[in-house]
Design a protein around this ligand. Structure first.
Ligand SMILES: C[S@@+](CC[C@H](N)C(=O)[O-])C[C@H]1O[C@@H](n2cnc3c(N)ncnc32)[C@H](O)[C@@H]1O
Length: 379
């Protein structure tokens, strides 16, 4: 139940439906293979720090401390007694444990902290809900399907919190899902991007961060920066090298438009905090009026207003019909990507059946992403 010092193994968790995309993203870091809900990546020492700083799609990153096949709870306990926490927690420092125990003979959750305290000689609290703000190292114990693994949570607060989005509009998109939508849509920094329902600007700001080559973790800190191995992981050196690679400007136009002036104000402030305001064109426009004008064909992408979250359902049919006119008219040469709550809306809002569909979750709500290739020819 140990891993060689010079090789690290991490689990990078994503929104279900983004496994292919996160596997592709993680390949720059080492050997990666997808598993349900994410990808397992193996690479050189410090991998966990690099992953935290550069992966745009990861919701959470877990550094494996031990993993083994087990047949009985006694074997799990023997492994847990041997595992070293020295790299992630100071001697005697308290830890928080989040556990999934699916095995006959496993102890009740209520007694697990006491049992781990005896094995590790340190204070062990059971993780409660989504509270990740505490300073104690958070460990994740999984005993499922004959495998026991213990991991440490690299991020602390979930990774979609990049630091720049301190204000949201009424139905925001997580930064990680916005990055996932762009990845699935085949976003390229070299062509224009337009979000005609940009709200607080999540998609256009993520597009600008990609275009500028700004690593998503540069604007926040991570729990692992307080671990004993943090100095070896060289967070400061990694940040410096990543900052040196940032481009001065996005190479192509990035436009966000929305009818709601308040949402555009939020988008502007978020963009300023993210350091990409000068890369964006933010305009108050009804979808009926959007037109790419002289821009070269690029990617139109949007998270459409949802009946259950924004406004009344009755108005959505009219909205979809108006958007479809723009998408099959002035934007027909563009690649299009729409995120909706109801799959039936895709053909209505896109003007025809999408070429591809991906099922995803936005903050726990099932959503579908429809993708349409641009139609070649003059606009
Ligand atoms: C689901 S929200 C987009 C959220 C955005 N992705 C974010 O992260 O904040 C949908 C947006 O559509 C805008 N909207 C609704 N009707 C519109 C219209 N007719 N023209 C332009 N924008 C409209 C709303 O103001 C809202 O900001």
């Amino acid at each position: 139940m140990s891993q060689a010092d010079d090789v690290e193994r991490i689990f990078v968790q994503c929104t279900p439906g983004l496994e292919d995309a996160i596997e592709a993203e993680a390949r720059v870091l080492g050997r990666a293979h997808q598993v349900p809900g994410g990808a397992v990546v193996e690479g050189a020492a410090g991998l966990h720090a690099q992953a935290a700083l550069v992966l745009r799609l990861a919701e959470r990153i877990l550094l494996r401390l031990s993993e083994s096949s087990i047949r009985s709870w006694a074997e799990v306990e023997a492994g847990l007694r041997r595992v070293s926490l020295a790299g992630v927690a100071e001697p005697g420092a308290p830890v928080v444990v989040e556990a999934t125990l699916r095995m006959a003979g496993a102890p009740a959750m209520g007694v697990l902290p006491g049992l781990l305290e005896r094995l590790w000689g340190r204070d062990v609290q059971r993780a409660s809900g989504e509270d990740r703000e505490g300073r104690a190292v958070r460990l994740v114990l999984r005993v499922v399907d004959g495998t026991a693994s213990l991991s440490a949570d690299v991020g602390g607060t979930l990774l979609h919190r990049r630091g720049w989005r301190q204000e949201v509009s009424r139905a925001p998109l997580r930064e990680t899902l916005a990055a996932g939508v762009l990845a699935l849509a085949g976003h390229s920094s070299e062509v224009p991007v337009w979000d005609p329902v940009c709200g607080s600007g999540t998609l256009v700001i993520e597009a600008a961060l990609v275009a500028r080559g700004v690593a998503p973790g540069l604007g926040r800190s991570f729990a692992a920066e307080m671990w004993p191995v943090a100095a070896e992981a060289d967070w400061a050196g990694r940040r410096e090298r990543l900052r040196a690679g940032v481009r001065p400007r996005a190479p192509a136009a990035i436009v966000g438009s929305d009818l709601n002036a308040g949402a555009l104000g939020t988008a502007r402030r978020n963009a300023r905090r993210a350091g990409v305001l000068e890369d964006l064109r933010l305009e108050r426009l009804d979808v009926a009026a959007v037109n790419p004008g002289a821009l070269a064909p690029g990617l139109l992408v949007g998270n459409l207003p949802y009946g259950v979250r924004v406004g009344a359902r009755g108005g959505l049919d009219a909205f979809d019909a108006v958007l479809a006119r723009a998408l099959t008219g002035p934007f027909r040469t563009w690649r299009r990507a729409l995120l909706v709550d109801d799959p039936a809306r895709l053909a209505r809002a896109g003007g025809r059946t999408p070429d591809r569909v991906h099922r995803l979750l936005n903050g726990g709500i099932p959503v579908v992403l429809g993708l349409w290739e641009g139609t070649p020819g003059p606009p």
